[in-house]
Design a protein around this ligand. Structure first.
Ligand code: MN
Length: 719
């Protein structure tokens, strides 16, 4: 960037502008920075010159561009504000002072609430928004030229940029700047992922280019057929947004479908909707991804229609529809509003402040002392685009819309998520599935013995929470499986007078595990519980063959005695009534807690619990039968079905209903029909905790006048 380029650029958008101030600022800066070099070895002056160049691309006024040239003179060269004031006037002096103050701020502390960071920033930039624009241009150029820095500095600066400056660029509607900053930060923070994504994107680049070309033409022709003039561009989405999507939805690169985004430019607002209608008529769209920022502009002024459709060749593509004017605002944010009167950049401070709601932010910052209160005032404005919520300490967390309180818990820490028992939002208890609303303050309650369960998979929405929950559930199931398998093996060993403890001690178990291709003994137990190995087969590997011959002949007196003493461990598997991956309840006999049951180790699907006299189970391999016992404190609800044969129907339904009501049993279904001899059959399906509840209900039904018989219905598959 040379001074002449800047002067040419400014001269183009601001005819008759006072270029003299820019030239004087250049000379002053060159003198102040004389002899200084950047890390790259270049003269330091290249930096302020580049910053001024960026500001001229944003069509800034001459004072701001002069500030770009001067922005590092106070910090680095001991130039005073008075000097700048006397040479360039109070506006430039104030701007330079503002930029210098921001430069001295420390934003990096993770512990410090983000609210406080923003507050400091806003206070430092004073009442003039141009300060932050110069700071953004400064940061952008520094990020572009960071190659020569130490890697830890690169990372620290990138993190700060991602946390503070990219959101501010976004807030000002400078979307191009925001994207470039994000991609640069991404490159330094996640070097390896960045190069991998770049490579993968480049791999398919020529195919994608062809697709973009073809599709643009197709879309344009489609609109032209309906006499709608348009211009269409297509591009791959920027890297960081692809990466963010992968993180948020827990996707691999290959699973990100809408890599391509198309923009349709039309002449006027009405045509935006016409174009949308025509596109939707031609291609299937995803209604939940349709966004109307034309009717409801974002708080930074952004306007556009967004839709995602199944485009040509079944490719998922994003389409944005907007007018040229909307586009200018989308690209350059507030800079698109700059006004030039009579050839001069007539930019009063008021003009700029009117452009965004940031003015409210500034005023709030000056009046409010307490950071929390400050945030209360500005938070909705600052982060209007996304859902965000606060920890009780005031740290802000961002979420995709629709995220729940449980997602919030996992965003703090996986362990906080795993142990989450309740959530208080703005002081009130809410269920875990509570959908976060921007501005909520969320407090997570935890208990050490809490564990994630399968229901949570339908509650959490963020990829982070879902993957953590899945991992925990899998781990819980495996550890439960190992425990069950170990008990099964122990019970089997007892039959032959052997104990597991001894076999573990002398390394036999480990050897058998290796023989079966497992690295650890625990995996043998899991395989037994899952039915991939039977306990007997493992015993045969563990014990000498003669043990089995003796046992099958005639159990000796000692073995029998052993078995009697160890009777209590005859029920190695305790079941608590809830279905899970290791234990399920057989549909053929539908046992409920309290009934005498036997387990059957299925192949690969854990233990299926049957009634001990279930004919279906008795017909299966006896070696796979295992003793099971109801846990004293069973917790699950079971569905029980009862058939009632009676004389009258109508009155009977009412009476049965009344009986259920007095017992507090929940009826899930009741059907009635005529059978032979003027009798009626009523089928009652109820939700019960155990057999006693069901028997009690059946007894009460039997007492009803007109009831002939009451019996349980065991299987749906009967008759
Ligand atoms: Mn600088």
């Amino acid at each position: 960037m040379r001074l002449n380029d800047i002067l040419d650029t400014v001269g183009e958008y601001a005819k008759n502008a006072d270029l003299d101030v820019i030239m004087r600022a250049y000379v002053f800066s060159a003198k102040a920075h004389a002899g200084q070099t950047r890390k790259s070895g270049e003269p330091y002056l290249t930096h302020p010159l580049a910053v001024a160049g960026i500001l001229s691309e944003w069509k800034m006024d001459v004072d701001t561009i002069a500030t770009g040239l001067l922005h590092d003179t106070m910090e680095d060269c001991l130039v005073t504000q008075e000097e700048i004031f006397s040479l360039f006037g109070d506006e430039v002096a104030e701007l330079v002072d503002g930029v210098t103050k921001i430069g001295k701020l420390e934003f990096r502390s993770k512990e410090e609430a983000q609210a406080e960071n923003f507050r400091k920033m806003v206070l430092a930039m004073g009442k003039d928004i141009r300060v932050i624009l110069v700071k953004l241009a400064d940061r952008l150029h520094n990020m572009r030229t960071m190659q020569h820095m130490r890697s830890d500095r690169q990372k620290a600066i990138s993190q700060e940029t991602l946390d503070i400056f990219a959101p501010i660029a976004n807030r000002l509607g400078l979307s191009k700047v925001k994207q470039e900053l994000e991609d640069l930060c991404f490159q330094y923070l996640h070097d390896d992922v960045f190069s991998e994504l770049t490579r993968k994107l480049n791999d398919g680049a020529s195919d994608r280019d062809q697709y973009i070309k073809d599709t643009s033409q197709t879309l344009q022709a489609e609109l032209a057929k309906n006499s709608l003039a348009s211009e269409i561009t297509g591009r791959s989405k920027h890297l960081f947004s692809v990466y963010r999507k992968m993180l948020a939805q827990n996707l691999e690169f290959e699973q990100v479908h809408d890599l391509l985004a198309f923009r349709i430019f039309v002449d006027d607002l009405g045509s935006c909707y016409t174009a949308l209608g025509l596109i939707h008529a031609k291609y299937r769209h995803f209604p939940d991804k349709l966004k109307d920022y034309v009717a409801h502009p974002k708080s930074n002024g952004y306007q556009s229609l967004h839709t995602v459709v199944m485009g040509p060749q079944g490719q998922q593509i994003e389409i944005q529809i907007r007018t040229r004017k909307m586009h200018a605002i989308a690209e350059n944010g507030i800079a698109a509003h700059w006004r030039y009167k009579e050839g001069h950049l007539a930019l009063s401070k008021d003009d700029i402040q009117k452009v965004t709601r940031l003015r409210e932010l500034f005023e709030a910052a000056r009046e409010v002392e307490d950071p929390a209160e400050f945030l209360e005032t500005v938070k909705v404005d600052l982060f209007a685009a996304e859902a965000f919520a606060f920890t009780p300490r005031g740290d802000v967390k961002f979420f995709p819309l629709g995220a729940t309180a449980l997602d919030f818990a996992y965003s703090i820490h996986s362990e906080v998520g795993n142990r989450c028992t309740g959530v208080r939002v703005n002081g009130r208890m809410v269920p875990l599935r509570y959908a976060l609303t921007s501005g909520d303050t969320v407090e997570i309650l935890t208990r050490d013995d809490q564990r994630p369960n399968r229901d949570w998979l339908s509650i959490a929405k963020t990829g982070r929470a879902l993957s953590r929950i899945r991992r925990e559930i899998r781990e819980d199931e495996r550890s439960k499986g190992r425990e069950i398998g170990q008990n099964l093996l122990e019970a089997e060993l007892q039959k032959y007078g052997a104990t597991l403890r001894k076999l573990i001690r002398n390394g036999e178990i480990k050897a058998v595990a290796r023989e079966n291709g497992f690295r650890r003994s625990e995996e043998v137990y899991l395989a037994i519980a899952q039915g991939r190995l039977t306990a007997l087969a493992v015993c045969r590997q563990l014990l000498p063959a003669n043990v089995f011959e003796k046992a099958s002949e005639n159990p000796g007196a000692i073995t029998q005695l052993f078995q009697k003493i160890r009777r209590r461990t005859e029920s190695p598997v305790l079941i608590n009534g809830v279905e899970d991956v290791m234990v399920s309840y057989a549909q053929c006999c539908r046992p409920v807690p309290g009934e005498t049951v036997t387990g059957y180790v299925t192949r690969g699907h854990g233990i299926s619990v049957h009634l001990s006299n279930c004919n279906q189970m008795l017909a299966l391999d006896p070696e796979r039968r295992v003793p099971v016992q109801w846990h004293g404190a069973h917790q699950g609800r079971h569905s029980g079905e009862v058939r009632i044969i009676c004389t009258d129907t109508m009155g009977m339904l009412a009476e049965i209903g009344a009986v259920c009501k007095t017992t507090g049993i929940n009826v899930t279904r009741m059907t009635a029909g005529q059978i032979e001899d003027n009798k009626a059959e009523i089928i009652l399906e109820v939700s019960i905790l155990d057999i006693r509840e069901l028997q009690n209900l059946m007894r009460l039904c039997e007492r009803i006048k007109g009831v002939i018989a009451v019996e349980r219905v065991r299987s749906h598959a009967q008759n």
